[in-house]
Design a protein around this ligand. Structure first.
Ligand SMILES: [Mn+2]
Length: 424
């Protein structure tokens, strides 16, 4: 199903003259264009196995058809994305929605598509068919030790799957919390959760990382037991050096200053992973950069600044993943747009003149500081992002090629129009 190499090359040839003209202009405007292009080529964003179908709503789901019916087909979908943009070289698996029954076969399918396995994701926010004890009142926080043990055992099972696939990290997102005052003893809930996480932490190989993801509300609406970055950081610090906080852009209270959170977590050496999406109100999981592109840029500005201050590798020292869902767009087109928005914000952050910004900050020149950031944000760097794709063998305009090649129609022909992918 992947567009063939020669088709991508033919397509690129048709618009290469326009592209080269734009590239030449921007390369003369921006310092270090060549360095930025090379960094963009290296930067990869993982796609979660649950983002390839329609979902993310508790109301109607409207399948666009051709949704993947199996883990193999999900990998195939990400292979299509990666062939088009050369920036989606990893898949993040969710257990039990996508159990790799035959690990060596699944690894081979991934390798054929040029993909690696990013963080593994456990699920104790739903009861599975045949599950002995219920998570209705929480999992790792539960007042009953047997429920906590079931949640711990599940996470250890997820680690085992991950080891077989070559993954090196586990993301734990807990929906634990309470819906009403008095329902929960906050301290006991925290201590039970910490004890459970410690058992999982101990079961992780030494080269693994644990990402503790927080969320302000939903599905619990009065308290969340890992509700914000402070709580996540508490767990991560108590667990040890393999534990980190994971920031999901949609998991904050409205108007939270996420860029400041990112800066301080990096300063503490405790930012481990990142989930990209966008939202207006809460956790709508919309296309990255579709609502607040300036905020996304400001976050990347802190990411680049904070990683450079610690001598971290942009490509390997943080786990980058999209965590979005789609109900009105084609999921693959949506993901192509999301990756493009991430690359663009990253590129803009790389152009910020940090020396001048520091000078402006040191003499309290608020106006110049703002000018420096907004100048970077308002410079159109799309030709640099397109050039990085071109050099890596991708398409100059991935969404356009996806449509011209009728890829969705081919998927519908192969898989049917009534398929539903597993996920939320
Ligand atoms: Mn997330």
């Amino acid at each position: 199903m992947q567009p063939e190499k020669y088709k991508i090359e033919e397509y690129n040839q048709r618009t290469i003259a326009d592209h080269k003209r734009r590239l030449e202009f921007i390369s003369s405007e921006v310092k270090d264009a060549e360095r930025i292009i090379n960094m963009l080529v290296d930067f990869q964003v993982a796609i979660p196995s649950w983002a390839l179908g329609t979902g993310g709503t508790r109301f109607g789901r409207f399948s666009g058809g051709g949704e993947p019916r199996s883990l193999e087909e999900k990998i195939e979908d990400i292979g299509i994305l990666h062939a088009l943009n050369r920036s989606s070289a990893a898949i993040s698996l969710h257990i039990p929605w996508d159990i790799p029954g035959n690990a060596s076969h699944i690894k081979a399918v991934a390798a054929q598509n040029g993909l690696k396995f990013d963080a593994m994701n456990s699920n104790t926010f739903q009861d599975q068919p045949g599950q002995e004890l219920s998570y209705k009142y929480g999992s790792m926080q539960h007042v009953n030790k047997a429920v906590r043990k079931q949640a711990v055992d599940h996470n250890i099972e997820v680690i085992k799957y991950g080891i077989e696939l070559g993954s090196e990290s586990l993301t734990v997102w807990l929906s634990d919390g309470s819906c009403f005052p008095g329902q929960l003893n906050f301290r006991k809930a925290f201590e039970n959760t910490l004890e459970s996480l410690q058992e999982v932490y101990t079961a992780m190989p030494d080269n693994w990382k644990m990402f503790v993801e927080y969320k302000a509300f939903e599905p619990n609406f009065y308290s969340m037991t890992v509700g914000d970055w402070g709580q996540s950081l508490l767990y991560a610090n108590k667990l040890g050096k393999k534990a980190y906080t994971l920031v999901d852009l949609g998991h904050h209270l409205p108007n939270a200053n996420i860029e400041q959170i990112v800066a301080l977590l990096l300063m503490e050496g405790k930012l481990g992973g990142f989930h990209f999406n966008d939202s207006t109100y809460g956790d709508e999981d919309l296309t990255v950069g579709s609502i607040r592109p300036y905020q996304l840029f400001l976050i990347f500005n802190e990411l680049v600044d904070g990683m450079d201050a610690k001598g971290m590798s942009h490509t390997t020292d943080l786990g980058w993943m999209i965590d979005a869902s789609h109900n009105v767009k084609d999921p693959l087109e949506d993901l192509l747009q999301s990756v493009e928005a991430i690359m663009l914000s990253y590129a803009q952050a790389l152009t910020v003149d940090r020396k001048k910004l520091t000078e402006a900050q040191d003499c309290n020149d608020v106006v110049v500081a703002q000018e420096i950031l907004q100048n970077a944000f308002r410079t159109d760097l799309r030709p640099l992002v397109a050039e990085a794709r071109l050099r890596a063998g991708g398409a100059l305009k991935p969404v356009d090629l996806f449509r011209q090649e009728n890829i969705r129609q081919q998927l519908i022909k192969n898989r049917g129009s009534k398929t539903v992918s597993t996920g939320l």
